[in-house]
Design a protein. Structure first.
Length: 212
């Protein structure tokens, strides 16, 4: 039975979140392909995971037999998140751009699941697992745009998910999501709508590919 690990990190509810709209479409199409499949869902805005602590960090480099009670408790939470990643057949991540980067809640999740010698290193334990990242943003940071140099979401996640964790990473990028809400961007609404529609179409394609 196939398993999808679905992670959302937008602070906005579904009706106001571009990333959640696309991840919901992806999930629906994935479930059509796997009606008996399992979805492990984490809403990092509603239920944040702990930010990495000294105990959680140091426990990753120590013999479990030597863990203090604090290290054991903190590391158990890391292991739970790591096992969800390792047991997934596909991963879906909503990663809206906040202040040129990913939400701190998503960074906290990544800090927990990146463990040298297990999920990262020479033989990453989830290597090859397909991961689709919905990297929405209010403006455009595409090559050739004035803010191209401020694109830290795709660059960062490609390095962390692809290079460090060995996952097979694809991106869906809904952009200009602020156009309908910002009068100064009114002329960009048609481009936003085209980007939204394209993202939803890509969600279908990526979901079917991941399900396969």
């Amino acid at each position: 039975m196939a398993t999808l690990l679905h992670i959302d990190s937008s602070v906005f509810p579904s009706e106001a979140s571009a990333s959640r709209a696309v991840t919901a479409a992806f999930r629906a199409h994935w479930q059509e392909q796997h009606p008996d499949g399992t979805v492990v869902y984490r809403d990092l805005a509603a239920q944040p995971v702990p930010h990495i602590s000294a105990d959680a960090h140091s426990a990753g480099f120590a013999d479990p037999a030597s863990h203090t009670p604090g290290q054991a408790a903190a590391f158990a939470e890391r292991v739970r998140l790591i096992e969800e990643l390792e047991q997934a057949d596909a991963v879906l991540i909503g990663a809206p751009m906040y202040n040129f980067s990913v939400p701190s809640t998503l960074k906290a999740w990544l800090d927990n699941v990146i463990l040298i010698g297990r999920t990262a290193g020479e033989t990453p334990s989830a290597k090859g697992t397909p991961v689709t990242v919905v990297a929405s943003r209010g403006g455009s940071y595409a090559p050739g745009t004035p803010r191209e140099g401020y694109e830290y979401v795709q660059n960062y996640l490609a390095a962390v998910l692809g290079d460090a964790l060995g996952l097979d990473v694809d991106f869906i990028v809904p952009e200009l999501t602020m156009a309908p809400h910002n009068p100064a961007m009114a002329e960009l609404v048609p481009l936003y709508e085209a980007s939204r529609d394209r993202a939803l179409e890509e969600a279908t394609v990526h979901a079917k590919r991941s399900a396969a």
